[in-house]
Design a binder for this molecule. Structure first.
Ligand code: B12
Ligand code: SF4
Ligand code: SF4
Length: 371
């Protein structure tokens, strides 16, 4: 491929991605594992898993017959893969953060899981552009980013096949056996911050990734350029993490509130329960304190609008939900992953934490208590 053709490939990817509504797109190679071109970050994967940081997420530990971790290179599960097109989609909505003052006795559901869409024919689009996704008259129907993005990603892959000629392609949103953020970094979609999230100067870190693995050989000239790391001397995310599970650029996921409240089944270790605070599904703290999210783009994907009832939800309301209510509210929503029992477990912890906090506040303001 000449540098001219390489340039055309980049342009084709960018314009086709844009036409399908993706906020960013880039291309990078899938290097041979262990070769001089391999991505150095992937070398950490084995130690990370061996240190127990994956907790009970067994899917991260899957190996091939030779015992190699599938996620240590996309070429292990997909030997035909030569390049990857990575896209990002903002899920940010103009709504408060969990670290902002909140209504009394409210819990927190992670930003990415608020998504809903107006039912066909229903008119609950915002009245004015200055009120993005304001209180909807008709409840938004739950949506799940996996299927929402995958639909457009598959159309995008077909657009590319039509423009570039036939090639093998596999689309993944979250669930493929590869460390998506590393490929996204080399595809120029952002740098991996000290909180381990991918960050982009305009999108912040409130975005999802979608990847198209391809069999297309990619010459040097056709690859996107990675962005420089702009964390500098900042350590806000590390300082703010309630369970102290972050060290610069690496996470002990077995202690992360997102893992504990979404992925972990059964009891949550008692010593970690107070740090969960009011988080009942996921956690946004290390992103909320990040200066790169102060002016992050707000999504224009109607399928990723915020369902108002999920922003600062009342804990009593969540505690009262029956299994039937849970299914109705969270069918086809990311929240379904924790199941009714998981949500009830998390709500019980948040209610206990809130009670403890009220007790501590009362003691602190009682003049008869001598410190
Ligand atoms: C497992 C998983 C989780 C786990 C573990 C997270 C983690 N940091 O690994 C849990 C449940 C905790 C989680 C949480 C969240 N997740 Co998640 N998750 C994934 C998933 C499925 C796999 C990630 C993975 O492979 N982790 C393994 C570790 C090793 O990877 P890593 O942390 O990126 O590690 C690299 C570096 O840290 C470095 N490294 C490792 N050790 C060391 C040591 C040293 C010394 C150094 C220097 C470097 C280093 O090398 C590693 C690569 O080998 C991906 C989708 C995918 N298929 O990739 C989504 C994904 C990463 N998650 C996503 C999201 C949105 C979230 C949450 C925001 C959801 C929420 N609010 O609750 C949080 C964010 C928390 C955070 N600070 O990262 C997005 C991230 C988008 C973005 N902008 O970055 C992804 C890409 C899904 C998607 N398709 O959009 N997630
Ligand atoms: S998501 Fe929450 S618990 Fe997990 S690393 Fe970030 S701040 Fe810590
Ligand atoms: S809070 Fe600071 S250190 Fe953490 S990811 Fe953002 S810029 Fe980097």
């Amino acid at each position: 491929m000449s540098s001219n053709t390489a340039h055309t490939l980049q342009q084709t990817v960018q314009s086709a991605a844009h036409a399908r509504g993706f906020h960013l797109a880039g291309v990078t190679r899938v290097p041979e594992p262990g070769s001089a071109e391999d991505f150095s970050e992937l070398a950490h994967f084995q130690n990370w898993v061996a240190a127990g940081h994956a907790g009970s997420m067994d899917y991260l530990r899957r190996t091939d017959e030779a015992g190699k971790y599938l996620r240590s290179s996309a070429r292990i599960p997909f030997p035909w893969a030569r390049s990857v097109v990575v896209c990002s989609v903002s899920y940010n909505n103009a709504q408060p953060y969990s670290v902002h003052p909140a209504p009394e006795n409210s819990g927190w559901i992670a930003r990415y899981a608020w998504s809903g869409h107006a039912a066909p024919g229903a008119s609950n689009e915002p009245d004015t552009p200055t009120e993005p996704h304001a209180i909807a008259a008709i409840p938004l129907q739950p949506t799940d980013y996996h299927s929402v993005i995958r639909t457009r990603l598959e159309q995008f892959a077909e657009d590319l096949q039509a423009a570039l000629g036939p090639f093998t392609a596999r689309c993944f949103v979250d669930t493929g056996p590869l460390v998506e953020r590393i490929y996204a970094k080399y595809a120029g979609l952002g740098w991996q911050g000290k909180n381990t999230c991918l960050i982009h100067p305009q999108l912040g870190s409130w975005f999802f990734l979608g990847v198209i693995l391809t069999s297309l050989e990619l010459p040097e000239a056709a690859q996107s350029t990675p962005l420089p790391d702009r964390c500098g001397s900042c350590t806000r995310c590390i300082d703010a993490c309630p369970t102290q599970c972050l060290e610069p650029y690496a996470m002990d996921a077995s202690r992360c509130i997102a893992y504990l409240t979404i992925e972990k089944r059964g009891e949550i270790p008692e010593d970690l329960q107070p740090a969960i605070g009011r988080n009942v599904f996921g956690c946004d703290i290390c992103q909320e304190v990040c200066p790169w999210n102060r002016r992050a783009l707000v999504t224009d994907w109607p399928e990723l609008s915020a369902r108002p009832e999920l922003v600062n939800p009342a804990l009593d309301w969540l505690a009262s939900l029956t299994e039937e209510d849970f299914k109705r509210l969270f069918r086809a929503s990311p929240v379904a992953r924790t199941k009714h029992a998981g949500l009830q477990r998390n709500v019980a912890i948040a209610l206990r934490n809130q009670k403890e906090e009220t007790k501590t506040a009362a003691t602190a303001s009682d003049p008869s208590v001598v410190v």
